[in-house]
Design a protein around this ligand. Structure first.
Ligand code: DGL
Length: 274
């Protein structure tokens, strides 16, 4: 029997590392397994059915590694698959395990930040299509207007480590301009894709200076710390031997090299089929 119960962190690729980094810093004693489905990234341009299928496969893989708790560190999968994973998959697979997403904590954070009550969301086509941010923000803060902009080129830029050059800048400026062209009163922008913090330098360069940028990593980490404090039963099951494992569905050397650059520490990864 597998005695380790790491916290599972899953993304379509390198994006979830921006969440992993903050969570691992907030909870250094815990064990973690990261899974990047790099072979099938990006998810954001795929159909609802395909995103669900890929997410369920990733969740099953992480459960098989002993995880009791999984963070879906991907907005697209959180938007398109999380509800069905929680309401349909978990009750039959194992009702005691938990799968959490990244959208709800980000939405909770937005209410205290915006003054103009106009919030921008930058995300993948899948996240924008799902309207999850509009629905979730309206539930908590009906007075806030949400303006969305899909940025389909941004995930490929990150996956190919094209983070800071003229080509990347062209696409970053184009989508930010398109967001503000929809409503110039936006005073808060949610980076609604975990890949985007890798592009933060150029994003900050092109955002109007008065705009507050909400980056998910720290928000999700705070929310997880709070969740574990409130759910002692789950917390108790998570093992705390400071182990870190990285899995990718693509080439493990490539993953290790790029993840090492992103995290600024040596990452050794293993290739898996899910
Ligand atoms: N990091 C994922 C997200 O937060 C990117 C999805 C994709 O692969 O397109 O949405």
């Amino acid at each position: 029997m597998n005695k380790t119960s790491p916290i599972g962190i899953f993304d379509s690729g390198y994006g979830g590392l921006t969440v992993y980094q903050e969570i691992a810093e907030a909870l250094p004693d815990y064990d973690f397994i990261y899974l990047g489905d790099n072979a099938r990234t990006p998810y954001g341009t795929r159909s609802f059915e395909v995103i669900y299928q890929y997410t369920e496969e990733a969740v099953k893989f992480l459960f098989e590694q002993g995880c009791q708790l999984i963070i879906i560190a991907c907005n697209t999968a959180s938007a398109e698959a999380l509800r069905n994973i929680q309401q349909k998959f978990l009750p039959t697979y194992d009702p005691n395990r938990r799968v959490l997403g990244v959208i709800r904590p980000s939405v909770e954070a937005v209410g205290s930040v915006t003054k103009s009550k106009v919030v921008g969301v930058l995300g993948t086509e899948g996240t924008v299509r799902s309207e999850s941010y509009i629905l979730e923000i309206n539930k908590l803060f009906p007075e806030i207007e949400v303006i969305q902009q899909a940025c389909p080129m941004w995930v490929p830029l990150v996956e190919n480590h094209e983070l800071d050059n003229d080509g990347a800048e062209f696409f970053i400026k184009r989508e930010i301009d398109a967001l503000f062209a929809q409503n110039s009163l936006i005073d808060t922008v949610i980076l609604g894709c975990t890949h985007y913090p890798h592009l933060i330098k150029l994003i900050k360069k092109h955002l109007p200076q008065h705009v507050t940028l909400l980056v998910q990593g720290a928000i999700v980490a705070d929310s997880l710390v709070d969740y574990l404090q409130r759910h002692g039963d789950i917390n108790q099951l998570c093992t705390k031997d400071r182990k870190r494992q990285f899995f990718t569905t693509e080439n493990s050397d490539n993953f290790g090299k790029k993840a090492s650059l992103f995290l600024r520490k040596k990452v050794e990864a293993e290739t898996v089929t899910i």
